[in-house]
Design a protein around this ligand. Structure first.
Ligand code: NI
Length: 291
């Protein structure tokens, strides 16, 4: 959905750019959690300025909740750089770099070169979020969004990277553009399309991302798609700080709430939450090629 419209920080947090040498990566935490339920938040914006005052506390809370992996997703140049810094600092965090359709005009050949260079960093595992957002009349013109989307898809194809697609009110055009790059796979995050679109994506080997929307009382479409989508094609995500699940709807979201998405999907499918947690961690590992 168009959450990044408002998610785009006026000034991006520089909390992770001020750091000097990054400390060594810590994988021990992931091993320590092996015997309890583990969750992967496949789409978060923890570098957003809404977390500036208490980011460390949020991280502690997500660890307590069993969230042992997270993809920090860029929306523009600044947040992409922050995402890489965060992923260099924490072993449980990986980064996606890319420009959201709301910032499509910034996608110049020079920026694409920067993204190309960032993708050489082993902490960077995807290009995103990229896509189309036709929701607001004052969004960048469609042809500018489409050109930015195509250029970033072409980069993903060239580098063999997966993509994180943002599609709001642009299902037909998004499907058409991803079809032009048949080798590229990825996830349609915060999926808001029809069951038919989801079925077409799954047929092509894509993943479907579910946020807190699936827990909303009026979420008929997301529920229908989640019921149908095979567990092997589902990712769960917070898209924090937005899209908080019930019973936190409207509040600031954070990765410690991602288990609520697993719980809801387990209910819909009549299976154990543990199974959903495990499968979605595995799916993220596969898609983002994590160790
Ligand atoms: Ni997002």
């Amino acid at each position: 959905m168009g959450v990044c419209k408002s998610a785009l920080p006026k000034k991006n947090s520089d909390a992770f750019q001020r750091e000097g040498q990054a400390p060594p990566l810590r994988y021990d935490y992931i091993r320590k959690m092996e015997n309890s339920t583990m969750y992967f938040d496949s789409h978060a914006h923890l570098c957003d300025e809404k977390f500036d005052s208490d980011r460390e506390a949020v991280i502690a809370r997500m660890r307590d909740a069993g969230v042992t992996g997270m993809m920090e997703v860029g929306c523009d140049r600044a947040s992409s750089l922050s995402a890489v810094r965060l992923a260099e600092r924490y072993g449980w965090c990986w980064a996606a770099v890319g420009t959201h359709p709301d910032s499509a005009p910034e996608v110049t050949p020079a920026l694409l070169e920067e993204y190309r260079a960032l993708c050489q960093n082993p902490r960077v595992r995807a290009i995103g979020e990229i896509g189309l957002d036709y929701h607001y009349p004052d969004n960048p013109p469609r042809e500018i969004q489409q050109a930015a989307f195509r250029r970033q898809m072409a980069l993903a194809q060239e580098l063999g990277m997966p993509v994180i697609v943002h599609d709001r009110d642009a299902h037909g055009d998004c499907l058409e553009i991803v079809s032009e790059f048949p080798q590229v796979r990825g996830v349609f995050h915060c999926f808001s399309g029809s069951l038919e679109t989801a079925q077409e994506l799954v047929r092509r080997g894509w993943y479907i991302g579910f946020t807190g929307v699936v827990t909303f009382k009026n979420a008929r479409k997301a529920v229908e798609v989640a019921e149908w989508t095979p567990l092997s094609r589902i990712l769960i995500e917070t898209d924090c700080p937005y899209m908080a699940p019930e019973p936190h709807r409207g509040q600031r979201n954070d990765p410690s709430l991602v288990p609520l998405m697993a719980k809801k999907i387990a209910e819909l499918k009549g299976i154990e939450e543990e199974q959903v947690a495990k499968a979605t961690w595995e799916n993220a590992r596969k898609l983002y090629r994590l160790p």
